[in-house]
Ligand binder design. Structure first.
Ligand SMILES: Nc1ncnc2c1ncn2[C@@H]1O[C@H](COP(=O)(O)OP(=O)(O)OP(=O)(O)O)[C@@H](O)[C@H]1O
Ligand SMILES: [Mg+2]
Length: 344
């Protein structure tokens, strides 16, 4: 049985009496992309430092490939750290070394002979799409190119785990997309396990297969991203993190909403469907089967970690118990937000 590449059990860390990490446990299986999200001060960076063996928790254990990070003597930590690649928000490239020189550094530290180093650098440059840029200086590169060098450097010693701390936060939206695509491709092609720390729900939605939500140093949600984002019962902290990417009832319609379902009233509902149900032609089915009109007021279909996910606010004419039952069968978390009287 695969017990997981990373097992975090009951770790706590305090700074001057303040509990930054409070009894944290979770497991990451090989090949997963785990997104860790939380508000500022939730403990994300503290957790990442512990995972990367840059800091030790006060209590609890972190197992990586069966080795306990919290129990290893300093001398053996160095070897284990080589199994972990770091990608930083601000790239942290050495301005005094070329692109190839930056990628070479972890190989030099690991004592890889020159010929093998050069072959590996060529391979890594090609992997991140920078084959013609090895001779350039970091100052000559765009932010996205610098992050590609950062990723190549992190992969140099073929780590088992890639830790990314806000890897796209310093990049514009288009460059963010290209870096997320690169990380997803590396995950797919190399089977590399990735833990991504971010404060952006959009980053999570795009590539994280699994999700941990931290709040005040505690894990408040942990599971497959789609399950957490599609759940009907979300904690306030989850809702707050999601609010930017969620559909909203347009203000003009919100102002007209009433909460009584007079005969013939049109209902405004929130419909969320993950997986295969997300592709169903719900609106035309409502028309064909119930003879009612239905309009999307906000939201639509998107993808979460490569799986279809529909999240929309829909206005359904002549809302009946039969229609409600049909929709509830598709989305058990279905919410009727209010009614727009037919005579308005
Ligand atoms: N070295 C430290 N010394 C003292 N307090 C610390 C230290 N590191 C973290 N903290 C405290 O621990 C808590 C968690 O901090 P952490 O940096 O892990 O949060 P974060 O989730 O990364 O926040 P942000 O999104 O702002 O980066 C905060 O209250 C912070 O002030
Ligand atoms: Mg932080």
């Amino acid at each position: 049985m695969d017990i997981g590449l990373v097992q975090v059990s009951h770790i706590s860390r305090s700074f001057g009496g303040h509990l930054a990490l409070d009894d944290i446990s979770f497991t990451v299986a090989r090949g997963e992309i785990l997104g860790v999200i939380g508000r500022s001060g939730a403990g994300k960076s503290s957790l990442l430092r512990c995972l990367g063996a840059l800091d030790r928790p006060d209590t609890g254990h972190i197992m990586i490939e069966g080795h306990d990070l919290t129990a290893l003597p300093q001398s053996q930590l160095i070897g284990l750290r080589r199994r972990i690649g770091f990608v930083f928000q601000h790239f942290n490239l050495l301005g005094s070394r070329t692109v190839a020189g930056n990628i070479s550094l972890p190989l030099e530290i690991a004592g890889v002979p020159r010929a093998r180093r050069n072959a590996r650098i060529t391979e890594l440059l090609s992997l991140v799409g920078l084959s013609d840029h090895g001779h350039k200086w970091p100052a000559q590169l765009s932010g996205g190119q610098k992050q590609r060098v950062g990723i190549a450097r992190a992969l140099a010693n073929a780590p088992a785990l890639l830790l990314c701390d806000e890897a796209t936060s310093a990049l514009d939206p288009e460059t963010t997309t290209s870096i997320l695509d690169l990380l997803a491709r590396i995950n797919r092609e190399l089977g590399l396990t990735i833990i991504m720390i971010t404060h952006e729900m959009d980053v999570i939605r795009r590539i994280a297969t699994h999700l941990v939500i931290l709040d005040h140093g505690r894990v408040v949600e942990n599971g497959p991203t789609l399950d957490i984002l599609a759940a009907g019962t979300q904690l306030p902290v989850t809702q707050a993190l999601l609010s930017e990417t969620q559909p909203r009832v347009p203000p003009a319609i919100r102002a007209r909403l009433v909460d009584t379902d007079r005969p013939g009233a049109r209902a405004v509902i929130r419909l969320r469907m993950g997986g295969a149900a997300a592709d169903l032609p719900v609106l035309s089915t409502l028309g064909q089967r119930f003879g009612v009109d239905a309009t999307i007021l906000a939201g639509g279909t998107s993808e979460i970690a490569g799986q279809p996910f529909a999240d929309m606010i829909v206005c359904v004419g002549d809302y009946s118990a039969g229609i409600h039952d049909f929709l509830h069968g598709l989305d058990p978390s279905l919410k009727v937000l209010g009614y727009v009287p037919a005579d308005l």
